[in-house]
Design a protein around this ligand. Structure first.
Ligand code: SF4
Length: 215
């Protein structure tokens, strides 16, 4: 498991909880609006050392009575080998766990929920569930992507855990009719629209025209 950094305490990543936040390296998407290019582009994250998961677990052990939870974000955490083991170790310490995901790995998501290793999931809905629209935002043309995202949604909807769906609104893509359609699809759920901040994005430093495994 490749961990880029550990934020030792945060009050904003999980409302009303004091949490530690683990940032993982690598992502299978290349969203131009991404604010974490240093966690997404290998040319950047390969310049920084990985933090050993055991070091993070040692910190979590020391702070178990003081912290309320652990947030795992990235990058895309579900591409990490060893994620399940890591979460299992954190659970043994009594942590509540929040996972951020882009929804592209339903099998692992299902496994983590079934194993009771996550308590809440925040999943991106990049745009309408249409292959060409997703390809525009994510700069990936993975053939089964929409099926995977739909399956992840289905898993969350049929699970008993809390989840949140969220869309970052991009002025050039999410016009009023797209927003209206998204709200029609997800408005009855725990769904939020997030404001795009056009600063320090992946699109500023990469033209994002290549597939993730080549970028
Ligand atoms: S915004 Fe896109 S590229 Fe950035 S971490 Fe999330 S899914 Fe990956």
């Amino acid at each position: 498991m490749r961990i880029a950094s550990l934020q030792k305490q945060s009050l904003i990543d999980w409302p009303s909880k004091m949490v530690a936040v683990v940032f993982t390296k690598g992502c299978n998407f290349r969203c131009g609006y991404c604010h974490n290019p240093s966690l997404v582009l290998p040319a950047l994250y390969n310049q920084t050392p990985n933090i050993d998961p055991s070091e993070v677990l040692r910190y979590l052990t020391d702070r178990a009575s003081w912290l309320d939870g652990l947030v795992v974000t990235g990058g895309e955490p579900t591409i990490q080998k060893g994620l399940k083991h890591f979460l299992n170790e954190a659970k043994k310490l009594g942590y509540s766990i929040k996972l951020d995901t882009n929804g592209s790995n339903p099998n692992l998501l299902h496994e983590l929920i079934e194993s009771k290793l996550v308590d809440t999931v925040a999943m991106d809905i990049k745009t309408l569930l249409d292959a060409s629209m997703y390809a525009v935002i994510t700069n990936t043309s993975e053939p089964n992507l929409i099926a995977s995202v739909k399956e992840s949604l289905d898993i969350l909807r049929h699970s008993k855990i809390h989840y949140q769906l969220r869309t970052t609104v991009l002025p050039n893509h999410h016009n009023q009719s797209v927003i209206a359609e998204l709200e029609k699809m997800f408005g009855e759920e725990n769904y939020c629209l997030q404001e795009f901040r056009d600063v320090g994005t992946l699109g500023d430093i990469c033209n994002c025209s290549r597939e993730p495994d080549r970028c």
